[in-house]
Design a protein around this ligand. Structure first.
Ligand code: SAH
Length: 218
């Protein structure tokens, strides 16, 4: 192996080790995260930190989530490969790309058109044909495609948005960070049953806030 190959292999090993040590243990999730190169989703000065377990800035003052949090959220969705999934908060597109490996179809929406466009370009390059990315206010979900087997919200809401709860199938799971925007939030798993919704608190997290309406470029 050349030096560069050695270096890449070692970074990849450290990346996967960090995921495992933070509780990402599902083999299918780890395989997806090994396959999808996070480096492709980060531009500019922070690109060389893509394999560290930390959130990083992307365009429009937003962030790409910490890899271990992406892994834990994905794991909490309990995907089997057959699901129709809605992601609110496309951001860089990294989380959607991971979901595309583990589900049937992914719809991802962001209020910034610029982010959606950039993510779509990467999905095309990677030939991820089961992702549809749209510019929309995700707090209203995606009524045209509802209901969903799984919903993942990657921006923090004060409460799980009502329209999203309504667009979740019975037997479905939604993962959403809940709390005041700049305080520590809780990652919540909502499971919908015939009779209502069950809520589970998973871990403390910190996400950018879910903001109403489209961005200025939206
Ligand atoms: N999942 C992303 C990280 C998301 S950061 C990744 O893998 O990189 C949160 C994103 O939520 C931001 O891009 C922000 O623009 C978006 N967002 C915030 N409020 C929103 C809303 N109401 N509807 C859609 N997207 C929203």
């Amino acid at each position: 192996m050349t030096d560069t190959q050695d270096h890449i292999a070692e970074r990849k090993m450290q990346f996967l080790f960090a995921l495992r040590s933070r509780g990402v243990t599902d083999a299918t999730v780890l395989t997806a995260m090994e396959k999808i190169d996070r480096g492709l989703f980060i531009k500019g000065t922070f690109a060389d930190r893509a394999y560290e377990d930390m959130p990083l800035p992307i365009a429009f003052g937003q962030t790409i989530s910490q890899p271990s949090v992406v892994g834990l959220m994905t794991q909490a969705l309990r995907l089997t490969g057959r699901e129709k999934v809605l992601e609110v908060g496309t951001g860089s597109g990294y989380q959607a790309a991971i979901l595309s490996q583990l589900s049937r179809r992914v719809y991802t929406v962001d209020r910034h058109r610029g982010l959606v466009g950039e993510a779509m370009r990467i999905f095309r390059d990677l030939d991820l044909t089961n992702i549809t990315a749209l510019c929309a206010d995700g707090s209203f979900g995606l009524p045209d495609q509802a209901p969903f087997d799984r919903i993942i919200v990657t921006a923090a809401a004060e409460d799980p948005p009502g329209p999203l709860l309504n667009q979740l199938k019975v037997g479905g799971i939604m993962i959403v960070p809940v709390g005041q925007s700049d305080a520590v939030q809780s990652l919540i798993r909502v499971a919908r049953s015939e009779t209502g919704f069950d809520y589970d608190e998973l871990l403390p997290v910190r996400f950018v806030p879910l903001v109403e309406g489209l961005g200025r470029d939206g």
